[in-house]
Design a protein around this ligand. Structure first.
Ligand code: WQD
Length: 347
């Protein structure tokens, strides 16, 4: 088994590479380094510079490395940017997946794990979001993830490819400081950035219909997320092995492929205020109180996963809590921003 990890030089991708190699799986990484960091890819892991839009490169990579499974993480993922540049997001996220699926089908690859997102749900008005909750994405980014799921499932049925679409909720934390997220596009690093320059963290609205008035989200440690990819990839491989053992290739393409769509969350809601207070405690930055600003357009009050489907299907559950996420994220932040740890006001 050799897995092609697209986007393996990114924050989440590098954690998936780490989890799979530590579990003894053979991987090869493809990344265009538009947002990824080459230094995140271990020296012993083969690296291919390029995009999933490059069909010839994909064909060469799949053949040259005898790829049997793909974990597709390469994508643009900023909600706000997707509103400004929708066609760029559709090209990278949808066309990029379409070309990859063509290469997978042509190359006889039988498994695909696809990085989807809770953004496909939009503003779900439910206590816990299940995989059957209607998908009404509110941004071009969320649309591209939903269209991606449709393409992956349709290609899977037509070409006998087992697929697992994993809907990430809010990812945070780091397995090691070196692998920490260097982007500042989500709550935890955005609060870190404010504290590092001595400014007040911002809470985007405290008049939501939630216990403390601030938005509630389901945070998942990136190490747990990476582990879920390993478990999903192995489940699809087992399915393909069973199908191949049972019949010949034509039968394998006749609908025996597996098709999973799974939330990846902890099933536990944490409010923005609770996260901001936890960050103050963990970083020692208790000297700067957060300020409440107007709501950010498009923010749902509550998005929390029902996490039992992945437990039932794959026997996977998250192991880390939000304190571990914040602590590991801060250690990574301080590695990349040495001025931050020095900024802590002596108690
Ligand atoms: C979380 C909460 C903000 C910063 C997005 C994508 C989703 C996924 C995760 C990729 C919100 C509040 C934030 C700040 C704040 N990405 N906030 N002050 O919007 O839940 O989800 O990222 O798959 O697809 O939609 O994450 O981290 O941006 O915000 O109050 O300085 O924190 O309003 O309620 P979000 P987020």
């Amino acid at each position: 088994m050799t897995y092609l990890i697209t986007g393996g030089a990114g924050y989440i991708g590098a954690h998936v590479v780490r989890a799979m190699t530590q579990a003894g799986e053979r991987v090869v990484v493809l990344d265009d380094l538009s947002t990824g960091d080459r230094n995140r890819v271990p020296e012993q892991v083969p690296f291919v510079l390029g995009s999933t839009l490059d069909r010839a490169l994909l064909d060469r990579t799949i053949a040259g490395h005898a790829v049997t499974g793909v974990v597709h993480l390469a994508a643009k993922k900023q909600v706000g940017e997707s509103v400004e540049l929708p066609l760029h997001y559709y090209k990278e996220n949808v066309q990029g997946l379409q070309v990859l699926l063509e290469a997978i089908a042509a190359g006889g690859v039988r498994q695909l794990v696809f990085s989807s997102s809770a953004a496909v749900y939009g503003m779900p008005d439910v206590d816990l979001v299940t995989e059957d909750t209607p998908c009404v994405p509110m941004s071009p980014y969320g649309e591209t993830k939903l269209v991606g799921e449709w393409m992956a499932r349709a290609a899977g049925r037509a070409h006998g490819i087992s697929t697992a679409c994993l809907r990430y909720f809010n990812v945070a934390g780091a397995a090691t400081p070196e692998l920490a997220d260097t982007g500042v596009f989500n709550l935890v690093p955005m609060v870190f950035e404010k504290l590092t320059v001595g400014q007040a963290p911002q809470i985007f609205g405290d008049d939501y219909p939630t216990p403390d008035g601030t938005c509630v989200r389901d945070y998942i440690h990136v190490e747990d997320l990476a582990d879920a990819h390993l478990v999903a990839a192995r489940a699809l491989a087992a399915q393909s092995a069973d199908a191949a053992a049972a019949t010949d290739a034509s039968a394998a393409a006749s609908g025996t492929a597996r098709d999973l769509t799974l939330n990846i969350g902890r099933g536990e809601g944490v409010s923005v205020r609770e996260m901001v207070d936890l960050i103050a405690e963990v970083t020692g930055h208790t000297e700067i109180a957060a300020t409440v600003t107007p709501r950010r357009p498009g923010d749902p009050a509550r998005v929390v996963a029902a996490a039992d489907a992945i437990a039932d299907e794959l026997g996977w559950t998250a192991r880390h809590d939000v304190r571990a996420m914040v602590t590991s994220a801060w250690e990574g932040w301080c590695l990349h921003h040495p001025e931050a740890s020095a900024a802590v006001v002596p108690s």
